[in-house]
Design a protein around this ligand. Structure first.
Ligand code: SF4
Length: 327
């Protein structure tokens, strides 16, 4: 059987920092440092995403998001393995409930890219029970709780699952009368746009659920013509499309960078939704941007953009009944 394009691209993704440095004409010493820190949270980046990086630039904003750095080994007070308290919110195999009326279903433990600042970089997926066999009890649990009106597919990246599996899962969720909405949190339309198959688009078109797609892009350079095409197709079947970005030092912590991101997203039919302050996960402290800087940046965005193009600055506190809006 012929493997789908996106599966071939994923299998061919770069898993060795030395190869990435060679492809981008970077100092090989950079790769040696990266190798020292990528054992626990492996290095992984698709070639299409690499093709959007600048040759010879060690500070490229896309490169910085994926290349392991020695600073990951620093033990910084306040940076912990579970920064948003997800372990306490686990409801059963693959199910997390943090907020009223919504629950999170972990569809996969894998992603198409490993972002070094990820708040789930130490999430114990193997213990969480997230697997196709856990969906039956998880869906039954959702069916028994009539307060749940929205199911959020998360991961890892939920679109790493096969179309057949997603179709079956979404049909099961849609069979629960009190669930009205399906939200999909995914970075895949940005990092592996070929994953948006005709089959997936059909599933989105046919479900009775109102679908809300939340993508994750942090810099305008991530959104090239291949991403634009995937978002155009998604726009034909999913009216609600939003972006969540993370405010990252060296990547997007300037007004210009955030203005370009918002403008590019709007041109592609995606509303800038949240600008998250970094969740203090162990190994990511080097990306941290102070809250005051975040507030100032959003204030400056208000002076440059129409209101609908300004994302909300937000932070998540473990155990809180909602995210905290800071600006
Ligand atoms: S794609 Fe999302 S879940 Fe996966 S590593 Fe990146 S930030 Fe984390």
């Amino acid at each position: 059987m012929v493997r789908e394009v996106w599966k071939r691209e994923l299998a061919d993704a770069v898993r060795d920092p030395a190869e990435l440095c060679e492809l981008l004409n970077l100092d090989p010493a950079t790769a040696k440092k990266a190798n020292k820190v990528s054992r626990d949270f492996p290095f992984l980046v698709p070639r299409g995403f690499i093709s959007r990086m600048q040759q010879g630039d060690p500070n490229d904003p896309l490169l910085l998001q994926v290349l392991p750095r020695l600073e990951e080994l620093d033990d910084v007070p306040g940076f912990v393995s579970d920064p948003v308290g997800e372990q306490a919110a686990r409801q059963g195999a693959g199910l997390i409930q943090k907020y009223h009326g919504r629950c999170l279903l972990l569809v996969t433990g894998g992603c198409a890219v490993n972002c070094r600042y990820c708040f789930r970089r130490e999430f114990p997926y193997a213990e969480s029970g997230a697997s196709p066999s856990s969906f039956t009890p998880a869906v039954a649990q959702i069916g028994h709780d009539s307060s749940i009106h929205e199911v959020i597919l998360s991961g890892g990246d939920p679109l790493l699952a096969d179309d057949a599996l997603l179709e079956d899962l979404i049909q099961k969720i849609a069979s629960i009368a009190h669930v009205q909405r399906l939200r999909i949190h995914t970075r895949i339309p940005v990092v592996l746009p070929s994953r948006i198959t005709e089959h997936f688009l059909r599933i989105m078109h046919e479900t009775r659920l109102t679908v809300c797609l939340v993508i994750h892009a942090n810099h305008a350079a991530e959104l090239d013509s291949t991403v634009a095409e995937s978002l155009r197709k998604l726009g034909q079947v999913i009216p609600l499309r939003f972006n969540q970005a993370v405010l990252l030092r060296g990547v997007n912590d300037t007004t210009e960078s955030l203005v370009h991101l918002s403008e590019r997203l709007l041109d592609l039919g995606v509303t800038p939704y949240y600008l998250h302050l970094l969740d203090p996960v162990r190994g990511a402290s080097d990306f941290n941007v102070p809250e005051e800087t975040g507030r100032r940046l959003v204030e400056e965005l208000r002076n440059r953009l129409p209101g609908y193009a300004v994302p909300r600055l937000a932070r998540e506190h473990p155990g809180s009944p909602s995210k905290t809006w800071l600006a």
